[in-house]
Design a protein around this ligand. Structure first.
Ligand code: FES
Length: 148
């Protein structure tokens, strides 16, 4: 059995330890807010927090999460009103929306360590997540709004 604290709740998994965390979340738990993009750790659509740090869930085996804390977009805020989520709405960030949970989780990890990031720090952190719609300037504005 592999024990993981997920969004504050401790769960036990009887699964192959090599199962990618992304499939544990999506297929076994139905937490579909975390998206599958490339499956190779390149696009960032699958980013979740592992002990408060952003990781690509598609290339993180379940075994790496054993005894640790995972947070997904579903657990970012109990009521969907995290300052970043509110700023996302105010700045009308998403277009297709596919990458947005990865964007939000990456931004949340940035603000946890840099509550008032510079634009350069924002760009450096957010370069981990691709957006085919090109919503980068609105993402930057939303993060600056949430950090004020
Ligand atoms: Fe994980 Fe692209 S799906 S980085």
């Amino acid at each position: 059995m592999i024990s993981v604290t997920l969004n504050g709740e401790t769960l036990e998994f009887d699964l192959d330890p090599d199962t990618p965390l992304l499939w544990v979340l999506r297929d076994h738990l139905g937490l579909t807010g975390t998206k599958y993009g490339c499956g190779e750790g390149e696009c960032g659509a699958c980013i979740v927090h592992l002990d408060d740090k952003p990781v690509n869930a598609c290339i993180t085996p379940l075994s790496e999460a054993a005894g640790r804390s995972v947070r997904t977009i579903e657990g970012l805020s109990p009521d969907g009103r995290h300052p970043l989520q509110l700023a996302w709405i105010m700045e009308e960030v998403p277009q297709c929306g596919y990458c947005q949970s990865g964007q939000l989780m990456t931004a949340a990890a940035l603000l946890a360590t840099h509550p008032r990031p510079t634009e350069a720090q924002i760009d450096a952190s957010m370069s981990e997540v691709l957006c085919r719609c090109g919503s980068y300037s609105r993402i930057r504005r939303a993060i600056l709004r949430a950090s004020n």
